[in-house]
Design a protein around this ligand. Structure first.
Ligand code: TXA
Ligand code: MG
Length: 350
């Protein structure tokens, strides 16, 4: 399949890109597009055959459900049989934006996009390209992140092209993806709101709105310890570059010593080594490649850089990646959640 790549120019000529993309979506094709979190790989959510193509293009397990992207709140009532007070409140405070809600689904939502679950994930993105595409096409867009299953989510058009060229109909390129980690997922279908995946919207922000908010144990625990996540996607190996990723945690000087010791060992074996470190520490390392993740105090910068950094090691054929850990007061929580998955829970504490 030939994949058309169209770049948004932020001028009147963009209209034809939206028209072309809309036509593809309405006829059951696949279009990748930017959102404020990461790039999504979209299809008409109510067309079973179209969404089946998403699973094929990504190599995604069929029990891993998709998020349905909408452009106005009315859509909630068409997709969910129980738009409760929490959902209305969350929509009012956080939409459009990086929050996905899990609600009881209506029959119109095909089981094939919910992995057979009785619930549906819904999000109203704030990114202008995503919002305009949903409106223009007139369809609800089912969209997972636009990466090959298991790889880091794409935050730049080049990542999407790398993973999806030849597999989908069209890529809308616009490198204005701002946040860099996927949306926060909150389950509002039960007796108490539960965070299933941390993201840009923090536990504190949600607690301010809902009062009581729980966190699914799988957010911090490991599947290896027998914890089954409520978001099926959270159980899979994820965000992994080809390199083996290890996180080293502890006091700065000791972390640097440990990483340099491990680097020396790997070099002796003839292997290549990459390091992920905060700006303040990059000078401490003598690896083959050191990625600057931004200042220690800048969690948003680390979020923006994370997936791109993980992918950059593959470009340089790095075999081992040692990463510092990053602060987790705000979006850093999502950063560490993704990094720990990328490391397959391999953490060295010093
Ligand atoms: O920011 C985002 O959320 C991006 C952009 C494109 O919107 N999308 C995204 O989709 O990250 P994806 O497919 O990579 O992650 C969706 C997650 C998966 O972990 C999936 O298991 C979970 O949402 N999910 C979807 N529907 C669910 C449901 N009904 N119940 C529980 N978890 C659900
Ligand atoms: Mg994903």
């Amino acid at each position: 399949m030939d994949t058309v790549v169209e770049r948004i120019s932020h001028s009147d000529s963009d209209e034809q890109i939206y028209e072309r993309a809309s036509k593809i979506l309405r006829s059951g094709g696949l279009v990748a597009f930017p959102t404020e979190t990461v790039y999504g790989l979209g299809a008409d959510a109510l067309d079973k055959d179209a969404s089946a193509k998403i699973y094929a293009a990504k190599g995604r397990p069929s029990d891993n459900p998709l998020i349905v992207h909408i452009a106005d709140k009315k859509a909630l009532y068409e997709l969910s049989s129980d738009v409760n007070e929490w959902a209305l409140k969350a929509a009012e405070v956080f939409w459009p934006g990086p929050l996905t809600m899990i609600l009881k689904k209506k029959d119109i939502v095909p089981d094939s996009i919910t992995g057979g679950l009785p619930t549906v994930a819904v999000r109203m993105p704030s990114h202008p390209v995503a919002a305009r595409l949903i409106k223009k096409s007139g369809v609800y867009i089912a969209a997972p992140s636009a990466n090959i299953s298991g790889k880091p989510s794409p935050t730049k058009a080049e990542h999407v092209i790398h993973d999806m060229n030849g597999r989908i109909d069209m890529i809308i390129a616009d490198d204005t993806v701002d946040i860099g980690v996927e949306s926060t997922i909150i389950d509002l279908s039960g007796s108490v709101p539960v965070i299933l995946r941390p993201g840009y919207i923090t536990w504190q922000q949600l607690a301010d709105v809902f009062g009581e908010v729980e966190v699914d144990p799988a957010v911090t625990g490991s599947v290896a310890d027998g914890i089954v996540p409520k978001a099926p996607g959270m159980k899979y190996k994820h965000y992994s570059p080809d390199a083996k990723v290890v996180i080293v945690m502890g006091e700065t000087g000791r972390v640097a010593d440990k990483i340099n010791e491990l680097t020396a060992q790997r070099h002796e074996e003839g292997a290549s080594v990459g390091v992920m470190a905060v700006s303040e520490n990059v000078g401490m390392y003598n690896a083959d490649m050191v990625v600057d993740m931004g200042s220690r105090c800048d969690e948003a910068e680390a979020a923006k850089k994370l997936f791109s950094a993980l992918r950059s090691f593959d470009d340089k054929r790095i075999e081992y990646v040692y990463s510092e850990s990053f602060p987790t007061d705000n979006v850093g929580q999502a950063v560490m959640n993704r990094l720990i998955k990328a490391a397959g829970h391999t953490i060295i504490k010093v």
